[in-house]
Design a protein around this ligand. Structure first.
Ligand code: HEM
Ligand code: HEM
Length: 162
């Protein structure tokens, strides 16, 4: 991966598409929770549009995350802002790693729970949000502070392609 002047248009589109899909997953999931309880009780996949929707969007996130990492590898990413304290850049990097991890962990644990009927995977999937949501909030807070307080233009570089 080589440093670039900025994110490409495709990287930006993928970032915001995935962000919207994650928001949907985190807020609309009650049908899937009900269907999963039935699935565990009866050991067959129940017919549920809401559950199919949740599974479909989640699998789309997984596919887009794979695509995003592949593009990251070939296109590269911009270096973190030089003016930042190294610890701030390290925190940003660690948060990105954690977010990427959850873009894989959430769909995979969900799919194992749903298709395999494995309750423990469902528990891990449920608990995942207690790390994923704070990581997303930290990420958003960090981006806003960098842009508005430190004047680093990081949000602008996730909007305008280079
Ligand atoms: C980015 C991907 C995903 C996110 C962020 C996500 C998020 C969530 C959330 C927040 C819940 C509700 C947890 C709760 O409040 O109890 C949930 C439930 C569930 N999701 Fe996902 N999900 C994703 C992908 C998937 C996929 C791909 C599948 C299956 C193919 C899936 C299957 C399930 C199941 C079975 C439950 C019910 C778990 C239970 O009640 O124990 N999820 N999901
Ligand atoms: C669920 C929602 C989100 C996820 C999973 C997510 C994930 C990520 C990841 C993994 C990166 C690193 C990109 C890379 O270097 O390959 C990134 C970058 C970025 N994200 Fe998000 N993001 C989300 C929402 C947001 C939101 C709402 C904002 C708006 C404030 C935002 C602002 C940014 C910015 C500005 C960068 C570029 C940081 C830089 O260039 O140093 N993200 N995001």
């Amino acid at each position: 991966m080589s440093p670039q002047m900025g994110y490409s248009r495709l990287q930006i589109i993928l970032h915001w598409t995935i962000a919207v899909l994650i928001l949907v997953q985190l807020t609309i999931n009650s049908d899937m929770q009900q269907a999963f309880a039935q699935r565990l009780a009866s050991d067959v996949l129940p017919e549920s549009t809401g559950a199919t929707f949740h599974a479909g969007i989640g699998i789309a996130v997984l596919v887009l995350a794979i695509l995003r990492l592949a593009i990251r590898r070939f296109h590269g990413v911009p270096l973190p802002p030089k003016a930042n304290h190294p610890l701030l850049n390290l925190l940003g990097h660690a948060t990105h790693l954690l977010l990427y991890g959850f873009l894989f962990f959430m769909p995979i644990s969900g799919a194992i729970a749903w298709f395999g009927g494995i309750e423990m995977a469902g528990v891990l999937h449920e608990l995942g949000r207690f790390i994923f949501i704070p990581a997303i909030l930290l990420h958003i807070g960090g981006a806003v502070v960098e842009e508005l307080v430190l004047g680093n233009r990081v949000i602008r570089r996730m909007i305008r392609a280079k």
